[in-house]
Design a protein around this ligand. Structure first.
Ligand SMILES: [Mn+2]
Length: 311
């Protein structure tokens, strides 16, 4: 059975001279051509449930695509952006079994085939357990990668009763037997939401962190370039953004980052040659307000694509 379920988002109907992302995706590639970028959904929130959070993130891939498909390509670097979209394939959603480890492993197996070929996956989570499935792609392929996480939380909690969850992905990656995890960099941390022992754990494992007030464009771009690996997997947890701008998340944050900074960070990740994959996790449409968070999520992907189109 195929691991991927095709998606069914209506293509927006617009004038010929006003095409939208949904119409442009994959326009330059045939079925057997190799894409430059793939979009893949990971509709799971089982890890959030195990971590004691509010569920709903499983609905995010569809909600994000609905907003993303309606957006225009950037009118400024139009040709490059449209070319990139034309070489980007939306391969659908992973078939989820609601067994976190199994689903993460299955995501890893699909992603391994892409990262081996230098195809850039954009993964639409899911709870933040998505990120360990994302890392598993590198582990499966035997490729070492540094990890950059933009998040209110460190997500290096131990397993719960032996089970992986949305708060444990980076401890799982750091301790993984493949030893494929390079440096772990996490920015946007809320000092009132991070155990001291978890920060010590990050430092002991050779990683680094930036607290929320230290997280700005300069420090983020510096962070992107300081790791020693050729590869950098990037993961964005929507709960890093302020609750007023991202209400639809599993764990809202009263003093999060402004959405401007978040979007620039997504653009910088796209533009950075070393970034080899990207995921966006923890969007929770069940708690969204007028699709505000889904729209910000779509803009996040748009900005990452914009950066990619300018490499
Ligand atoms: Mn997280």
């Amino acid at each position: 059975m195929s691991q991927l379920n095709p998606i069914t988002i209506d293509t927006p109907q617009t004038a010929d001279n006003d095409p939208r992302i949904g119409q442009l995706l994959g326009a330059n590639i045939n079925n057997d051509d190799t894409p430059k970028v793939v979009v893949i959904g990971f509709p799971s929130d089982k890890g959030v449930a195990i971590n004691g959070g509010r569920t709903g993130a499983a609905d995010a891939p569809e909600a994000i695509r609905e907003q993303l498909y309606k957006l225009t390509p950037n009118p400024e670097n139009y040709n490059d952006f449209v070319d990139l979209l034309g070489a980007t394939r939306d391969v659908g959603d992973l078939n989820i079994h609601y067994e976190v480890e199994e689903d993460q492993q299955n995501l890893g197996k699909v992603l391994a085939g892409y990262v081996e070929q230098d195809i850039i996956p954009i993964i639409l989570g899911g709870g933040h357990e998505t990120a360990f499935g994302h890392f598993s792609g590198y582990a499966e392929a035997g490729l070492e990668t540094a990890i950059f996480n933009l998040d209110a939380h460190a997500d290096v909690r131990p397993l719960k009763e032996g089970k992986a969850h949305s708060g444990s992905p980076f401890r799982q990656a750091i301790e993984h037997k493949s030893e494929c995890a390079g440096m772990y960099l996490v920015a946007g941390l809320q000092p009132h939401s991070v155990a001291r022992s978890h920060l010590q754990y990050i430092q002991k494992s050779g990683g680094e962190y930036l607290l929320r007030d230290e997280t700005n464009i300069t420090s983020i771009s510096g962070f992107f370039h300081q790791h020693e690996n050729d590869r950098l997997m990037v993961t964005f947890d929507m709960d890093a953004v302020d609750q007023s701008q991202a209400p639809g998340v599993s764990a809202p944050c009263a003093n999060g980052l402004p959405s401007d900074l978040w979007l620039i960070a997504a653009y910088l990740a796209g533009r950075n040659e070393q970034v080899t994959s990207f995921d966006l996790s923890e969007v929770n449409p069940r708690h969204d307000r007028d699709n505000q968070t889904a729209k910000l999520a779509a803009l996040t992907i748009w900005n990452f694509l914009l950066g990619l189109s300018q490499r």
